[in-house]
Design a protein around this ligand. Structure first.
Ligand SMILES: [Zn+2]
Length: 289
């Protein structure tokens, strides 16, 4: 989403919809007007406290209390899969975004191990109610509702953070998980095994889903797959950046590790991977910066 946020002019309005605690730290973008919207109020849960100077509005995504063409950018970060009334919500998003605006979407691929496991664990507990099995079909549908072309995409990897005992409470439903979640070292080993299996056998066990970019994007989206997703906080970090800042440590006989710059958790380090982009043929070239 930072490909969009980084290039917005000062004063731009950003809607972070279904954001829980905020999809990004609004303190990093003090020149933007960031509005977080969720059906659950921040006062209902510690995990929903907005990060940074967000304006919070409690509202249903299918009845957004904003005028038409209000927002320069909309962030839908792991939220579409939770919307009970998806089509009215998509209509509302298409209504409130500006015709020259941009939209970021991150959703799970319903065919993946990660999403199947999530739906099993959170069944009846506020889990995923919308299943997306085809990235290209989803992109076409969203483009139609938003009135904006698809201009970029990336495959997202899973970290199974929702199973981590040390992870921040991921939402009200997590309190009703019928087990106390897993120790972080065990989860680290599991995610490493999934990545190794993908590399060796061409499986998609460590894949989460897709990031899709629509509309006025002034920065090209790298289709590189970034497997370094923190097992505790869920943040993705480019491998070359982790090496550049010295967070990654190569060890001679052991698997290389990195310390998450966001939360300090120790993770296994994996090089970024080039991946065939299933959306590439549909992309319009990004607008010149
Ligand atoms: Zn982290």
């Amino acid at each position: 989403m930072h490909e969009i946020l980084d290039r917005l002019p000062p004063g731009s309005r950003v809607l972070d919809l279904g954001s829980q605690g905020g999809s990004f730290n609004a303190s990093d973008y003090p020149e933007l007007v960031s509005i977080a919207v969720d059906i659950i109020s921040p006062s209902d849960s510690f995990s929903l406290r907005p990060r940074g100077p967000f304006h919070f509005v409690r509202a249903d995504a299918s009845f957004l209390p904003f005028g038409s063409r209000t927002f320069d950018a909309i962030v839908l970060n792991h939220s579409l899969e939770h919307f009970e009334r998806l089509k009215p919500a998509l209509q509302e998003i298409g209504r409130v975004v500006r015709p020259d605006g941009a939209i970021y979407v991150a959703v799970p691929d319903a065919a993946t191990f990660s999403d199947r496991l999530y739906r099993k664990v959170f069944r009846g507990r506020g889990g995923h109610v919308n299943l997306f099995a085809s990235g290209p079909e989803l992109a076409e549908t969203l483009s139609w509702y938003f009135g904006l072309p698809l201009v970029g995409s990336r495959t997202l990897c899973a970290s199974l953070t929702f199973l981590n005992r040390k992870a921040r409470d991921p939402g009200p439903g997590s309190r009703r998980i019928p087990f106390s979640r897993l120790p972080e070292p065990l989860l680290l080993c599991l995610t490493a095994l999934l990545r190794v299996a993908d590399c060796r056998f061409g499986t998609r066990l460590s894949v989460y889903g897709w990031a899709l970019y629509f509309g006025n994007l002034k920065q090209r989206v790298e289709s590189t797959v970034r497997p370094n997703i923190c097992v505790r906080c869920g943040q993705a970090h480019p491998a070359d950046w982790l090496l550049r800042i010295g967070a990654a440590q190569r060890r001679r006989w052991l698997l290389p590790r990195y310390k998450c710059p966001a939360c300090g958790a120790s993770n296994f380090f994996t090089p970024d991977q080039l991946s065939p982009d299933q959306f590439t043929e549909d992309h319009d070239p990004p607008t010149a910066a």
